[in-house]
Design a protein around this ligand. Structure first.
Ligand code: SF4
Length: 608
């Protein structure tokens, strides 16, 4: 009998991009020709090959539609309909970073397609999925505590109901699989960050009372074809994942072990998702990745060249230089052109990947926020070396100066670790002085906690006592706040464009939003009876841009609240705004302010 590739496979290939790695693509094709269309019975007759035990052997094969289909292929030992959710209700809890929020949306998209429903009421849930974080010990402890509560809930479930299933997704599933299965016997499903496509099958297996686990890391999984389903459909801001994993291997960091190697999602699928979000009325997208500005798409032949990667001056990486591929500046440019009314942010970048073309683009494009996260981690060159960050204090400060010379109005944020292995008082004071010198608008500061598997765990000594770490952390936080407060004080009297997010958490009569620098802004929820052309009332809605005048600076915690007075509100719909705007030019801004925004007649000068 002549074996022919299945039609599904042929369709998928007819619309494929050409892959840079021609040989690997070829290898995939040959493999499919051998097995395509033959089905499980011929595989069974031939017996399993080595490939059957290895996930995605050839580089480039996952993420292509043929492989996505493979991921969705049926499992002969499970009846097809056992993977159908049949109205079972899933409850998600998300911990950690924005990547986890986006992962939750991906997991939900996959389960929704299989007939699951979502509930925000824990008591209604048939399946509880925790999307977890491993980056610090405290984050993991939170999950362990939560598991205790959830397993108690599971035990109390009446026998008349279908048994409750508990699943751990993400980094903790990857890092602590053994402990989770042994210690928390009532955990039913473990799925690592690259195994969400397998969730329906894992849940099916757990139905029979077995624990189901898939924590295989992939070299290629980017979930390019999975359109995330937003957990809050009314939200006017969305995350778009553009790359996954990390190759930097900073000595303290668990991420490369839990999320695997760096890989980028194809440009076309990112643009498609951003267009879709724009059509839904989303006004702000944040491009996400563990090293978002290391983005390098090699999915199309025309992206391949021998051009080396441009790094920031004075920076280096542990891995060998990579050549070719469509880089972050090009992606950012293409995303920012989709909708001039849509703000674009990105996180979390690595300071080494800020070549001039990225900085110039941020400066030129009206809708790319002038806000850069520049994780320093320490102000001491000695500690930076121990952390394997690939730069010195001097190189970092030179980059800060350069960024400010290209984008004068830029706001900077950063991450810092207090009390890393071997950190002396002198090293700590270097970090204090870096905070004073750079002056960040937003900061994320933590005490070091050792992570197993990392270089620091194996080779360095966690020798700074806990109370010293805590004292140093408090000093860093105090200095950061002082500097941020004085930066924000400088905003008093200025007028800022704010994207409205919704009602303030502190008061139902106030709204909150963010300015271009990502600083939270609180302002009164005004209704202006004379505002509408129709003569009716018009409230300010999430997704409106309002122009506000800063009245007061108010520093509370990590995020600084700035008391503002509302001056303008969006008086016209998005369609009209778009008519006035051309690309991201200054003209757009002038039109927004002069035509699409109308001065309110209701109280100006409100403040508390
Ligand atoms: S760049 Fe360093 S800190 Fe950031 S995810 Fe990679 S290894 Fe971790």
């Amino acid at each position: 009998m002549l074996l022919r590739p299945s039609e599904r496979w042929l369709q998928a290939h007819s619309s494929r991009y050409g892959y840079c790695s021609v040989s690997s693509s070829h290898a995939v094709s040959n493999e499919h020709r051998k097995t395509g269309g033959s089905g499980f019975s011929s595989k069974l007759a031939a017996g399993p090959s080595f490939r059957d035990f290895v996930k995605n052997v050839a580089a480039g094969e996952k993420g292509s539609p043929d492989l996505q289909e493979e991921a969705e292929e049926t499992h002969p030992y499970l009846p097809e309909d056992s993977q159908i959710g049949t109205g079972r209700k899933v409850y998600f809890e998300t911990y950690g970073c924005q990547m986890n929020v986006n992962d939750t949306e991906i997991a939900w998209s996959i389960l929704q397609k299989k007939g699951y429903l979502r509930t925000s009421d824990l008591a209604q849930a048939d399946v509880i999925l925790l999307v977890t974080c491993s980056v610090r010990e405290k984050a993991e402890q939170t999950i362990w505590n939560r598991l205790q509560q959830l397993t108690a809930l599971k035990r109390r479930r009446p026998r008349s109901q279908t048994p409750l299933k508990i699943g751990i997704l993400g980094c903790m599933a990857e890092r602590l699989k053994k402990q989770l299965l042994e210690r928390e016997k009532l955990v039913d499903v473990l799925a690592g960050p690259d195994a969400y496509r397998d969730l329906p099958r894992l849940l099916s297996v757990s139905e029979s009372g077995q624990q189901a686990i898939n924590v295989l890391l992939s070299l290629e999984e980017t979930y390019a074809d999975v359109m995330p389903v937003q957990l809050h459909p009314q939200a006017r801001a969305a995350f778009v994942s553009i790359m996954r994993g990390c190759d930097n291997m900073c000595s303290y960091c668990i991420v490369p072990f839990t999320r695997g190697r760096e890989r980028s999602r194809p440009l076309a699928s990112i643009l498609q998702e951003v267009r879709m979000l724009s059509d839904q009325g989303v006004k702000e997208v944040t491009l996400l990745g563990q090293n978002v500005n290391s983005y390098r798409d090699t999915s199309e032949v025309q992206f391949c060249s021998s051009e080396p990667t441009h790094m920031s001056r004075g920076f280096s990486s542990l891995y060998r230089d990579r050549k070719g591929g469509l880089r972050f500046s090009e992606l950012l440019e293409r995303v920012s052109r989709i909708d001039p009314d849509m703000r674009v942010r990105f996180t979390s970048p690595h300071p080494k990947d800020f070549p001039d073309e990225v900085l110039q683009l941020i400066q030129e494009r009206h809708n790319i926020c002038k806000q850069i996260h520049l994780p320093a981690q320490s102000g001491s060159t000695r500690i930076l070396q121990a952390m394997r960050r690939g730069y010195t204090r001097e190189a970092y400060l030179e980059l800060v100066d350069h960024i400010r010379s290209v984008i004068p109005e830029v706001s900077l944020s950063s991450d810092f670790i207090a009390g890393f292995c071997g950190e002396t008082e002198e090293d700590h004071l270097q970090t204090v002085s870096l905070l004073r010198e750079v002056r960040y608008n937003v900061g994320f500061l933590f005490a070091y906690s050792v992570r197993k598997k990392t270089h620091a765990y194996h080779r360095l000594q966690d020798d700074v006592p806990g109370e010293v770490k805590q004292r140093r952390l408090e000093e860093l936080i105090r200095v950061f706040r002082e500097e941020a407060a004085s930066l924000n004080l400088g905003l008093v009297g200025s007028t800022q464009l704010v994207l409205v997010e919704g009602v303030s958490k502190r008061s139902a009569v106030e709204l909150s939003g963010r300015n271009d620098s990502n600083v939270k802004v609180i302002f009164p929820n005004l209704e202006d009876p004379t505002d509408c052309a129709s003569g009716g009332t018009a409230g300010i809605k999430p997704g409106d841009y309002v122009r506000v005048k800063v009245q007061q600076e108010h520093c509370t915690a990590r995020i600084l609240l700035t008391r503002l007075t509302l001056v303008y509100r969006s008086a016209q719909g998005r369609q009209q705004t778009q008519q006035h705007s051309s690309d991201m030019s200054k003209k757009h801004e002038a039109n927004v302010f002069n035509n699409s925004y109308k001065q309110l007649k209701t109280p100006v000068g409100w403040f508390r």
